[in-house]
Ligand binder design. Structure first.
Ligand SMILES: CC(=O)SCCNC(=O)CCNC(=O)[C@H](O)C(C)(C)COP(=O)(O)OP(=O)(O)OC[C@H]1O[C@@H](n2cnc3c(N)ncnc32)[C@H](O)[C@@H]1OP(=O)(O)O
Ligand SMILES: O=C([O-])CC(=O)C(=O)O
Length: 382
């Protein structure tokens, strides 16, 4: 037994996986052997899900029933909708509402009595969760703006349907394709903190609802999925400060503030997903308001080149450009992290199933550095 302390489990190997691989020095990400760039440009989120869950890219004949099954399971029980309405009225945060919604879905799971070792049943349960998350989230947003939820659209895939349920209007092709691509880019990423959380929960053979709920909790933090919202808030803070963006960043870094959307445990170079999202952000900017793209790219250039962060291995991560993309799609800022969850649920489910297929309880240890002998004193004598 090694006594080496690996704070934050950095570099600790805990599992084998065929799902995704990251080369942090080359800035390369693959899902099951396919480069993320090819998947982002050539597939839909449904195809990426199929790939992660089944191990290969589907044919058209395989994709159709898979996408239909997802469509048929989009509706959520009225009790969930009523809860979304109450949480919206209580000004709850969308990420917390989503956490509650997923936990509630299990009450309406038709296969709730399935044997935990029946991994086919777990996958069907996971598919139901994945199908319902956009519906619950969009309903929450509708209630928040004083509108009724919009029923799922019978002809739209997961990405376009979410935008439709959010706004009540069918998105144009650019919006639907950009959002679909963002979902593909966020679907999996090795043993990141939220996926590992789901795996730890899954390793106890707890149900997939618990594992996904735990993943949502871990994703919500600012060091992980919460950073995409923080990036947009920083951009707005810069805009409202009336300072030159570079003066603002100079001041922030001098004060020791961490710039959200920068830095990564695995990448020492720019995240390949950030490159793709940057392209999307630039394209959207060319058609509309270029302000957010301009501020973001100016900050990147300044931090990486002039401040030398790139030499320290600190570069833009996936969250750096997703904010300006979502903003230009008209998505409310506090929905950015829930959208990340809407996509990453695919990876959580895939990793839990892969791990449970050859399960061993995850249980590390801590080095005890407390006192060995305090000398016990009964309550009345303390
Ligand atoms: C989807 C995702 O989860 S991607 C990550 C999203 N999170 C963010 O964007 C938040 C900002 N980034 C960070 O806080 C970090 O880079 C993390 C948490 C992502 C990775 O952290 P770790 O691998 O644990 O690195 P750690 O926190 O030890 O930082 C290492 C060094 O880089 C510096 N650093 C890391 N990120 C940043 C940043 N965004 N801005 C400035 N400096 C940074 C740290 O100050 C530290 O410097 P030091 O050694 O001189 O003290
Ligand atoms: O891998 C990580 O640690 C964080 C990340 O980029 C992700 O989860 O997409």
């Amino acid at each position: 037994m090694s006594d080496d302390l690996k704070k934050g489990l950095e570099g600790v190997l805990v599992a084998e996986s065929e799902l995704s691989s990251i080369d942090g020095d080359a800035g390369r990400l693959i899902y099951r052997g396919y480069a993320i760039e090819e998947l982002a440009r050539g597939t839909s989120y449904e195809e990426a899900l199929y790939l992660l869950w089944n191990g290969y890219l589907p044919t058209e004949d395989e994709l159709e029933p898979f996408a239909d099954a997802l469509m048929n399971e989009r509706e959520v029980d009225d009790t969930v909708l009523e809860t979304m309405e109450k949480l919206a009225a209580a000004d709850e945060r969308p990420m917390a509402a989503l956490r509650t919604a997923v936990s509630m879905f299990s009450a309406f799971e038709p296969e709730s009595d399935a044997d935990p070792e029946d991994l086919d049943a777990t996958l069907r349960q996971g598919r139901r969760i994945t199908a319902k998350i956009p519906t619950a989230l969009a309903a929450f947003e509708r209630y928040r703006i004083g509108e009724e939820p919009v029923d799922p659209h019978p002809d739209l895939g997961l990405a376009a349907n979410f935008l439709y349920m959010l706004t009540g209007e069918e998105p144009d092709d650019v919006a639907a394709e950009t959002f679909d691509q963002a979902l593909i880019l966020h679907a999996d990423h090795g043993l990141n903190a939220s996926t590992f959380t789901s795996m730890v929960i899954g390793s106890t053979m707890a149900d997939i609802y618990s594992a996904v709920t735990g993943g949502i909790c871990a994703l919500s933090g600012p060091l992980h999925g919460g950073a995409n919202q923080d990036v947009m808030e920083v951009l707005m803070e810069i805009d409202e400060s009336n300072l030159d963006p570079l003066d603002w960043v100079e001041q922030a870094t001098d004060e020791g503030r961490r710039i959200p959307g920068f830095g990564h445990r695995v990448y020492n170079v720019k995240d390949p997903r950030a490159k793709i999202l940057q392209e999307r952000s630039e394209e959207l900017a060319a058609e509309g308001d270029s302000k957010w793209y301009d501020i973001t790219s100016t900050i990147e250039e300044y931090l990486t080149e002039e401040k030398g962060l790139v030499d320290k291995g600190i570069a833009p991560n996936v969250d750096f450009y997703s904010g300006s993309v979502y903003y230009q799609l008209g998505i409310p800022i506090d929905m950015y992290t829930p959208i990340f969850a809407m996509s990453r649920v695919g990876g959580w489910i895939a990793h839990v199933l892969e791990y449970q297929d050859d399960n061993r309880l995850i249980r590390p240890r801590a080095r005890y550095v407390g006192s060995e002998d305090q000398g016990f004193v009964p309550l009345e004598e303390r």
